[in-house]
Design a protein around this ligand. Structure first.
Ligand SMILES: Cc1cc2nc3c(=O)[nH]c(=O)nc-3n(C[C@H](O)[C@H](O)[C@H](O)COP(=O)(O)OP(=O)(O)OC[C@H]3O[C@@H](n4cnc5c(N)ncnc54)[C@H](O)[C@@H]3O)c2cc1C
Length: 430
């Protein structure tokens, strides 16, 4: 089994070993070749095999080695940094309304797929809480809740007392509660999606890095380490990666390295105080404070590092210190595991589909809210692959534009952390 070589995450440590998909016989031709075996690619593949299409998924590494296996498992049904009004300012009607509805239904879609496919992934649709830090943020969340209500979403603004009850934290001025959110074990979810694809005849091959996609007489030729195959349609779902053909998508985004920390399990008494209803929490501070519990009551939280040298130990300690201070923990919990991953941010924080030729699509733009977003983006990519007209798709289809100075962006993102801490300190009393 090759799974032992991957760096440990909470998810690899708590999931059954995945089947080895590195030696799989491939057909010479498929209706659709999906490049990248994360949530986006696997959701697209599932939608296509459900429609009876022959599908091959080619994954460069092992399933879950990208963001889909390294995230924190918060299922959050909205945009990272865009309100409905901001989306309306950026997109013409009816594109804005279609995108808003799609995104608002993202979390429900995740839990619906989990139920429909019988995926065992510690899923809990408890709702998701976004506490407001400062009066300005509380007003912004009141407006945000009203905007989602107007779209028919059951989002509520909670009082400061209600937020304190859910978190034990008295620093917030209220918060936004979306009952459709929740939490999952992301690697088990991804494995479950992969099993659902193969159960319906889809073929998944790991350690097959796609190096070139070229036009042929009746479609595309897809070259990968170890072979080549033909496809009528190609879907590129490689997120922040930039190796092989992934470069044309990855270089349209800003890569953001994020660290995640899981503590040893907490006692029931502490859990009942800091999370009586087990709501996953992510506040409004620029230096975001997040926490959730896993099935065994480990606390999961995250952070970034200004300096990557020695970051695992340093971020692990800093995250625990912050959990202790924010949640008033009497005994600092021991760190069980620290891991890291790279999230892809689009400049306007919106998802998008790129078209590189007839029948060659790419999807991107999950911006740290990828579990719910990919459940929708993957299905929209499948609709494009099935021939639906671009103007009917609920995610904008635009031409790809490489970001200038792409390689320098991670440094810029780290430097922004120091600035964020200062801004939060100033806003706290606002
Ligand atoms: C540390 C971290 C924490 C996060 N926490 C959350 C969270 O709590 N909630 C949330 O909703 N979102 C979260 N996100 C975001 C979320 O994980 C992503 O948006 C989502 O997983 C993206 O899925 P994807 O399939 O598009 O990309 P990925 O999962 O990155 O998949 C892309 C795949 O493409 C493969 N690939 C790349 N190049 C090639 C090639 N040339 N040939 C073949 N295959 C290739 C890669 O190996 C990879 O498996 C987090 C992200 C990170 C990094």
């Amino acid at each position: 089994m090759m799974g032992e070589r991957r760096p440990p995450t909470l998810w690899t440590l708590t999931a059954d070993p995945a089947p080895d998909r590195t030696v799989v016989i491939l057909p010479q031709r498929a209706d659709v070749v999906v490049i990248g075996g994360g949530f986006t690619g696997m959701t697209a593949a599932l939608a296509l095999v459900r429609k009876g299409r022959s599908v091959v998924v080619l994954e460069r590494s092992r399933l879950g080695d990208g963001a889909s296996g390294t995230n924190a498992g918060f299922v959050v049904p909205n945009f990272a940094k865009a309100d409905p009004d901001a989306v309306r300012r950026k997109l013409p009607d009816p594109a804005a309304e279609r995108l808003l509805r799609l995104v608002g239904e993202g979390a429900d879609q995740v839990f619906e797929t989990i139920r429909a496919e019988g995926i065992d992934c510690d899923a809990r649709q408890t709702g998701w809480l976004q506490p407001a830090y400062g009066k300005e943020a509380a007003n912004m969340l009141r407006r945000r809740a009203a905007a989602w209500n107007a779209l028919g979403r059951p989002v509520r603004f909670l009082s400061a007392n209600a937020v304190q009850h859910e978190t034990s934290m008295a620093i917030y001025q209220g918060g936004l509660f979306d009952p459709s959110g929740g939490a999952i074990h992301p690697l088990k979810y991804l494995s479950g999606l992969a099993d659902a694809v193969t159960r319906r005849g889809g073929v998944i091959r790991e350690q097959a890095e796609v190096t070139a996609v070229t036009r042929s007489e009746n479609g595309w030729r897809v070259a990968f380490t170890g072979g080549e195959l033909a496809a009528a349609v190609v879907i590129l779902a490689t997120n922040a990666f930039t190796s092989g053909v992934a470069g044309r998508l990855g270089s349209t985004t800003v890569p953001l390295r994020v660290y995640q920390v899981a503590t040893k399990p907490l006692s029931e008494a502490v859990v009942n105080r800091i999370s009586p209803n087990r709501l996953p929490v992510g506040d409004t501070r620029m230096n975001l404070f997040t926490y959730r519990l896993d099935r065994d009551n480990r606390l999961i939280s995250g952070g970034m590092a200004i300096n990557p040298v020695g970051a695992f130990r340093r971020v692990g300690n800093a995250v625990v210190d912050r959990l202790v201070a924010e949640l008033g923990l009497e005994t600092p919990p021991e760190v069980e595991v620290v891991w890291t991953g790279v999230a892809a941010m689009t400049p306007d924080f919106l998802p998008r589909i790129h078209q590189f030729g007839p029948g060659f699509y790419a999807g991107i733009g999950c911006n740290g809210r990828g579990i719910a977003m990919t459940a929708q983006l993957g299905r929209v990519l499948a609709r494009a692959a099935l021939g639906e007209a671009a103007e009917n798709l609920p995610v904008p289809l635009i031409s790809a534009r490489r970001l200038p100075f792409h390689a320098l962006k991670p440094l810029a993102a780290s430097a922004a952390l120091a600035q964020a801490r200062f801004a939060d300190w100033r806003r706290g009393g606002a």
